[in-house]
Design a protein around this ligand. Sequence first.
Ligand code: ADP
Ligand code: MG
Length: 323
Amino acid sequence: MKTMNEFSLIEAIKQKTYKQASLERGIGDDTAIFRETAGELAVAVDTFVEGVHFTEKTMSPFQLGYRALAANFSDLAAMGALPMYYLVSLVVPDRMKESKLLEIFKGMEHLSNRHGADLIGGDTVSGKDLVLSVTVIGKIEKGKARYRNLAKVDDIVFATGTLGDSRAGLYILQHDLQIDGRDYFINRHQLPTPRVTFSNSLRSIKRLALNDISDGIGNEVHEIAEESGVSIVLEDEKVPTHPGLATFPAELQQKWKYFGGEDFELVGTVAKKDWQTVQQKAEKLNLRVTAIGHVMNKDEHAVYLDKNGNINKLSKEGYTHLK
Ligand code: ADP
Ligand code: MG
């Protein structure tokens, strides 16, 4: 469909040049065309609805665009894929200014430039609420997909970064809190870093199970355990959090650490012999990586939390967006 300003919008968002060598046609024809060159292609889509996934109070249009693409790139990272292309489908309310729409695209461009990905198409229609849907295409070296079902008994479980930051940032924004660390947490909510470069740097490792942390590590680790048919023990005191998180009530800290979600960090499992490589690659990128537990052989495919020797099942709960 063509809304009144669709032509000028498309002209404005169209890249002047494309970075990906396999591209034949970008924006401007009935479909984009690229040559098939990669070993394997990874494809994912994510949709964001105003009032459900974001509000004006907590996110600017630039940040919305950045974050929507970051969520998709994070899925690619969790598969071991490098971003190549993305497509953007928009439902635009009539009242929305074109300048705001362009800001959304600027946010996406900011992140895509960092990873050499190109915007190659999309669709624009009018509707009641703002909806942004982003599709990404990435490439994976043959045999190097990081499936959730690849965890093996005795693997080390690790996580990047610190957990619960994004949820803390959202809480600060929603409650207008003026506290130490305010800017840090808000930034982690609005402009999270998908761990694409780190995931790609692990190419030499033969087998890795990876998942990105979009619904809290508690949920993501359950997915690995279930898909791999194993159990996982996490050691509570090892699960990494930012020191500033300690300013919040203990109950919230615990909730956000395991079920806060949207940190877009990675959680994974790796054979003991490859753990040193994981650490070295992370160090090179100045990225924190922490061993937080191990994979064990148990009939129930459950996740256990070890709190100073007290071991309890970590229930699957928390806030899971309807997807
Ligand atoms: P068609 O009628 O063939 O679907 P459109 O008028 O919808 O074509 O789109 C024209 C061109 O602009 C196409 O290349 C399409 O991929 C691109 N395009 C439209 N909307 C967007 C958008 N929101 N983001 C990126 N590209 C878009
Ligand atoms: Mg169209």
